[in-house]
Design a binder for this molecule. Structure first.
Ligand code: FES
Length: 96
């Protein structure tokens, strides 16, 4: 028999831990421990992670730490690869 699993947004489903709050350009956003910053931003609907000097939008490409297209500022550290950084409660992320 096929069993249906429902993932609850409050983390009470036993499938993932309770959520934490990160701040994206100052806005509180829900994320889950174990997620990367890139995953949390994509889940929140972010399509632009940074902007080039010529104004072109950029977002994750490789998702394995090679291309740097996902670079954001995390807790004041610019150029942080969001695909290689795990979320933490209270983390502050700035997109450019
Ligand atoms: S997506 Fe390529 S380094 Fe993060």
């Amino acid at each position: 028999m096929l069993k249906t699993l429902r993932i609850q947004p409050n983390g009470g489903d036993g499938l993932r831990p309770a959520p934490v709050t990160i701040f994206v350009n100052g806005a509180p956003t829900t994320a889950y421990p174990g997620e990367t910053v890139a995953t949390a931003l994509l889940a929140a609907g972010s399509a632009r992670f940074r902007t080039t000097a010529r104004g072109a939008p950029r977002a994750p490409v490789c998702n394995m730490g090679v291309c740097f297209e996902c670079a954001v500022t995390v807790d004041g550290r610019p150029g942080t690869r969001s695909c290689m950084t795990l979320v933490a409660d209270g983390m502050r992320i700035e997109r450019s």
